[in-house]
Ligand binder design. Sequence first.
Ligand SMILES: [Zn+2]
Length: 310
Amino acid sequence: MIHNGNSCAAPEDNAELETLYRCDICQSTILERIDPVNRICRCGRCGYVFVNPRPTQREIVRFYSRSTQYDPWLEEETGRNALWNRRLRTILKYRQSGRLLDVGTGTGQFLAVARRHFEVHGTEVSSSGVKIARDRYGLSVFQGELGSTDFGCTFDVVTLFHVLEHVPSPSSTVGRCRELMSDEGILLIAVPNDIYRLRSVARQVLAGAGIGRYRCPKFHGVSRIALNGSQQEIHLSHFTPAVLRHLLSRHGLSVSATTLDPYYVGSCAKDEASARRRYHLHLLFYTLVGINLYDTMLVVARPTRTGTPQ
Ligand SMILES: [Zn+2]
C-alpha cells in the first residue's frame, strides 16, 4: 500500500481515549479493525461501524460545552428555522399534537419551533447549549444524558436528530427512548449516511481500483476524530440502514418509514436553492430505485405489538 501524506494523515490531539471490546448493538466480541488510520472498527456479526478507541465521554462533554460551540448555529438561525420547519412537517404527517421529547436538542431551536404544536421537552449534555436554550428561547432543557433523566411521563413523539452518531451507547439511547415512548408513540431518527452516500461509495470504488490518492488503507466516508477544534462535531458511530433497523428491532421497535433527512442550511438564497435541488434529486432517485445515496437518512419507528426489548 502507498501512503499519501495528505489523504492518510490523521489529526492528532491529546484526548483521553477508551477502548471497546464488545459491539454496543449485538454484544459480539468479534471486532474487525477496518481502518487503523482513522481508528474505525466493524462488528463481525452485525456490521456496526464505530470509532475504537475513542475519546471518553468526559472529553466529549467538555468539547460540546465550549462557549463557541454553537456560534455557527446562531449565525445561521434563520436558515436553521427553515430546516427545523422541514423536519417538523415530517413529524406532523404522523402526529399533530401531544408530548414531544427532543434528545440532544443543542440550543433548543427545534423545540422553539415545535412548541406551536406540541408540549415540548428536551435533553442536552452541553452546558452552553442548555444556557442558549434558556436565555434565547425561554426553554427549560434537562442538562445530562438521557439515561439519567426521569420525566415522570411518556411521550407521543421522541426525536433524535443527528444525535445517535454522537452518543457513547446507541443501544442504551434507543432502549431508553423506547421506555419513554407511549405504545402509540413514534421515534424519529436522523443520522448521516456516511458509508453509503454517493461520495463515500465513489471513493471506495476508486480505492478498490487502486486509483490516485484513494489508495491509502482507510475506510472512505469517515474521518478521524479530532478534539483540537479542527472539527465541529464528533461522530462515534457510522450507521447503515440495515444496522439501524437491527438496532431498533432489538429494542422492540420496527421501522415504519425511511426517507432522507433534508438537513441542508443555505448561507444565501442561491446556496439554499442548490442544496434543495440536490436533495430533491436524491429523493427522486431513492423513491424510484430504493437506494439512498444522499448524505443523510431518516427513519420513523414505532413499538412492535409483540416485540420484546432485549
Ligand atoms: Zn454487532
